[in-house]
Ligand binder design. Sequence first.
Ligand code: GTP
Ligand code: MG
Length: 195
Amino acid sequence: MIKSALYVKGLTQIKDEPDQKPKILLLGRSNVGKSSFINSLTNRKNLARVSNTPGKTLILNYYLLNDTFYLVDAPGYGYAKRPKFMKDDFIVMLEDYLLNAQYLKFVCLLIDFKVGPTKDDLSTYAFLKSLHLDVIVVATKKDKINKTLQFKQEKIIRAQFDNLQTLYAISNTTKENITKVADAFIQRIEEDAHA
Ligand SMILES: Nc1nc2c(ncn2[C@@H]2O[C@H](COP(=O)(O)OP(=O)(O)OP(=O)(O)O)[C@@H](O)[C@H]2O)c(=O)[nH]1
Ligand SMILES: [Mg+2]
């Protein structure tokens, strides 16, 4: 259970990272529901800003949960209206983060349940695996698909991630499976703490 949540800070460079607690990086294309997911997980309405003008800032936002680990909200990728130079900056920042971040426990890759993984999503996933990073995939907006089709859609998506065990379909609107993901996060953090 997530008992406490605190926005700590926003950074443009990882050298200013907060202390030595484990970190979970949230990645996903712009508008996929990263900020909404943080609000759902922490059961807060406005802890993370849900945007109507997506993908503007190149900032890593740090949220401290249960006083034990950080959720790191990265800017969304694949935002077409972002100027080219900002796209390059984002990729440089992301690579720097993935290669150098201390205490990065795993990456949570968010995809859209209705749309399924995009080309960018799949290449990001392949890139993360090539770095031997653990990945949890969270498919958002499950509520947007008719209940009778949800099972089939989840199966299709799972197959695109090599039948990954750690894949969860959630809704920030109905809160379906939010507790399940929170428990999976906490379990992974605790496993490592005792390793
Ligand atoms: N129906 C539905 N809408 C959702 C869900 N999650 C997020 N949304 C909506 O999707 C839009 C984008 O959500 P955000 O949480 O701002 O997405 P984001 O990934 O943080 O976007 P950036 O910060 O721009 O990268 C908002 O209008 C949300 O209300 C969901 O599970 N179901
Ligand atoms: Mg956001």
